[in-house]
Design a protein around this ligand. Structure first.
Ligand code: SF4
Length: 254
């Protein structure tokens, strides 16, 4: 796909949705057990409204049309449930992508969550989102009312400039992910903000916390730790995104 930075991420979300969705089927490229969150069944999908300099799925999200296969919600749920049975896991997620690009991808996501919840009652489902579309279209939040659902919203910058630098999206969209957390919490959906802490100083993180507080976002800001894959470090360098500190330890991003 043609992409000049900075871009309009709402427009891109819809363009990408047009590529990664076919009817109710979405492009995925892998299903696996993963060690994060203490053991989680994971579906790796393709397609995002942002193009973060540190995205570990950068090449697929830059050119989604070149990768993956289309799967229906039923296909995805079956694959996930199969892995869950083998591993004894009861936690699920879709990652590598933005799961909510528009109505069609949202319906697909809900389909997966519904089938998994019916067949593995009591299991948890974590939606990892960049929050753009949920912050932009508040009504979509209402479709995410599942008792077992948790939503982690990645806040990509501490201000407009860092948001644009990290995501490649225009700076005026900075506040939408923050609004998304508030909208979710207002509907009593369990949601929290997260930020890639290696990219920011302590005082920058503090300034983000102040913004979150002003926006009435409740709960702790999760500090993610950068996974320094060679291709990630190369892209960060190319895009001029500095690593401001080295927070090694456990990682919750992929
Ligand atoms: S929001 Fe997530 S999936 Fe999308 S480009 Fe950024 S890191 Fe990758």
């Amino acid at each position: 796909m043609d992409l000049k930075l900075p871009f309009d991420p709402v427009k891109r979300a819809l363009e990408v949705e047009g590529v990664v969705m076919r009817g109710d089927r979405r492009l995925y490229y892998r299903f696996r057990p993963a060690r994060y969150y203490g053991g989680i069944v994971t579906a790796d999908a393709i397609g995002c409204s942002f193009l973060c300099a540190y995205c570990w799925n950068y090449k697929r999200n830059l050119n989604p049309e070149r990768f993956g296969k289309f799967y229906s919600p039923r296909d995805v749920a079956s694959k996930l449930l199969d892995i869950a049975r083998k591993k004894g896991f009861h936690l699920y997620r879709i990652t590598g992508c933005e799961p909510i690009l528009g109505e069609n991808s949202l319906k697909h996501l809900i389909g997966v969550i519904r089938i998994v919840s019916e067949e593995d009652p009591g299991a948890g489902f974590i939606v990892e989102t960049n929050g753009l579309v949920l912050g932009y279209s508040k009504d979509m939040v209402n479709y995410l009312k599942f008792p077992n659902l948790m939503v982690r919203v990645a806040i990509k910058g501490v201000d407009e400039d860092s948001f644009e630098l990290v995501t490649g999206a225009k700076k005026e969209f900075f506040m939408y992910p923050i609004k998304a957390v508030r909208f979710l919490q207002q509907e009593n959906i369990r949601a929290w903000p997260a930020v890639m802490a290696d990219l920011f100083t302590d005082s920058e993180i503090e300034s983000l916390k102040e913004i979150l507080e002003k926006e009435n976002v409740k709960g702790e800001l999760e500090l993610e730790v950068l996974e320094k894959y060679p291709h990630v470090m190369e892209n960060m360098k190319k895009r001029g995104v500095p690593v401001k500190r080295d927070l090694r330890g456990h990682h919750e991003n992929v």
